[in-house]
Design a protein around this ligand. Sequence first.
Ligand SMILES: [Zn+2]
Ligand SMILES: [Zn+2]
Length: 122
Amino acid sequence: MMEYYKTCAYPKPQTRKKKKKQNGYKDKASRFCAYCGKPYAERHEVFGGSNRQISIDLGFQVDVCHEHHEELHMNCSKWAQEENIKLRRFYQKKYEEEKIDEGMTPEQARNDWMILIGRNYL
Ligand SMILES: [Zn+2]
Ligand SMILES: [Zn+2]
């Protein structure tokens, strides 16, 4: 547990630029946290960094309350680390299964995923 605090002692500073990016981020009473059910949830992109836009375009997203959202981004707690992996696996599997349904072989679907995201989570 102590290592998490060592590696995650400084949360990333929020820049103005980052906040302006469009991700359909609008607090809505009808949007609930996937984990605790709180309303006015925020939308979190499962694949961040350079894959953030892809996450938005393809709907690799999850609605979470502000607290759970911060925890996922900090990626320090055991829950957050496990959940980040779980979400990425879930969306990779879903993506590949859809491609297979469309007629790709599993190998082609995996290859397609690697071109898209650049990393295998399965
Ligand atoms: Zn997020
Ligand atoms: Zn929550």
